[in-house]
Design a protein around this ligand. Structure first.
Ligand SMILES: Cc1cc2nc3c(=O)[nH]c(=O)nc-3n(C[C@H](O)[C@H](O)[C@H](O)COP(=O)(O)OP(=O)(O)OC[C@H]3O[C@@H](n4cnc5c(N)ncnc54)[C@H](O)[C@@H]3O)c2cc1C
Length: 385
């Protein structure tokens, strides 16, 4: 067992850290207040390979592994959770196309995501009546000649405003329940696909979250991803990887919280001394660093297991991805709470970044499967062996 990062990982980490500090940090307030990630930033990220990290070079990606993906997300999230979630979802879509798509689909779509011709990808599963119970979706895709005709509504779709390509879960056979769900790739601008209401959110405001309306939206049958009826399995398998991304995002936000706690507690003087001298503050810092380091290890372990699984060297990593997401996101909420506490009243004021971290982190125990659903996945895996 070796806990040290290789030189390649350290180089990548530094490259992404420099990028985040130079290109994202100066505009982070604007990203949040305008509720928009500038297209130029998304294009630069594509250029650096950050939107298609694990996609092989033959399809335009940098061909790195999941550990690299997790490290990159951590660095971006340290500066902006909004940009990190946009990046994580785009990578999840690219990987969905790579893992489950045929050669024609890979060649058609992956280079566009890698080049930034598509600024983002979107993963459309949730519906008004189907969140945690994703198997109960009602959007339909009916085969008519050489086309699928899609009808229905999706809600809470990250990157919906920016995406060039949408991975859409739809029912192709009502009789078969979850086994009647398929995934269809829908290109931006396809007639019948309307981008609906954009949500006003508590945090991660720079990342867009929208409704999608499919009204007799026709796509060629060649846009089916994998086989008909495999859609539920495909979406869940892709989400296993996505959960590693959200765990990494939580680690990045935690790291930023710890940095701010340390800085502020050394500067703030009360009772004639820096508040860092008080044991109550030291314990908040110690507990936060402990949780951060545990979360990083769990996330990197899940990433390592996923890489082994993809190489055919190990089993599934579903349980470990859920454990990493569950622990990292819940720990990050505790750490953000402490970060505000250490700042006293100033922690509640917009001028101090911890106010944003506290809002940004809240959703991480909800999207890509709530904490309750992660516990269900973990318990099921243990109880069913
Ligand atoms: C900002 C944001 C971005 C998102 N991005 C996307 C996206 O890109 N694509 C996408 O498809 N979706 C996206 N979502 C949707 C997200 O994945 C869902 O909100 C989430 O899965 C929960 O579904 P729900 O909101 O319908 O809550 P519900 O499923 O209604 O859950 C409500 C409560 O009941 C609990 N609960 C439900 N079932 C059980 C159970 N069996 N046992 C115990 N407790 C249970 C839940 O844990 C939760 O506490 C996003 C959501 C948000 C807020």
């Amino acid at each position: 067992m070796n806990f040290a990062l290789s030189e390649e990982y350290k180089i990548l980490q530094k490259m992404v850290r420099d990028f985040a500090e130079k290109e994202i940090a100066p505009i982070v307030d604007r990203v949040e207040s305008e509720e928009n990630i500038p297209d130029e930033l998304l294009a630069k990220m594509a250029e650096l390979g950050l939107n298609t990290i694990t996609i092989p070079e033959e399809y335009g990606g940098p061909g790195m592994d999941t550990i690299s993906f997790a490290l990159a997300i951590m660095e971006v999230a340290r500066v902006s959770a909004s940009v990190a979630v946009a990046m994580s979802v785009t990578n999840m879509v690219a990987e969905g196309i790579y893992r489950f798509g045929n050669e024609e689909q890979r060649r058609k779509y992956l280079p566009k995501l890698a080049r930034g011709e598509y600024l983002a990808g979107a993963f459309a599963l949730t519906e008004p009546g189907a969140g945690s119970d994703a198997g109960s979706i009602r959007t339909t895709a009916v085969k008519e000649g050489n086309e699928y005709v899609i009808n229905g509504n999706k809600v809470f779709i990250t990157n919906g405003l920016k995406a060039g390509i949408f991975m859409v879960a739809a029912v192709t056979d009502k009789e078969k329940g979850k086994k009647g769900i398929s995934v269809i790739l829908v290109e931006r601008g396809t007639p019948g696909l309307t981008i609906g209401k954009k949500e006003k959110k508590m945090g991660q405001r720079g990342s867009d979250t929208v409704e999608l309306v499919f009204d007799n939206c026709k796509v060629p049958i060649t846009n089916l991803l994998g086989n008909e009826g495999d859609g539920f399995k495909i979406m869940l398998a892709d989400l296993d990887g996505g959960r590693i991304g959200i765990g990494a995002l939580a680690c990045g936000v935690m790291r930023a919280c710890v940095d701010e706690m340390v800085k502020y507690s050394k500067e703030r003087v009360q009772f004639g001394q820096p508040i860092a001298n008080f044991q109550a503050i030291q314990w908040m810092i110690a507990d936060s660093v402990t949780e951060l380091e545990a979360a990083e290890l769990l996330v990197l372990r899940a990433a390592w297991l996923k890489d082994r699984f993809l190489k055919g060297e190990g089993g599934r990593f579903t349980k470990e991805a859920s454990i990493a997401k569950l622990f990292a996101t819940e720990a990050a909420n505790r750490v953000a709470y402490r970060a505000v506490q250490v700042h006293g009243g100033y922690g509640y004021i917009e001028e101090f970044p911890v106010e944003r971290f506290y809002r940004d982190i809240r959703v991480t125990t909800i999207y890509e499967g709530t904490s309750e659903i992660q516990r269900l996945v973990i318990a099921r895996s243990i109880l069913e062996g």
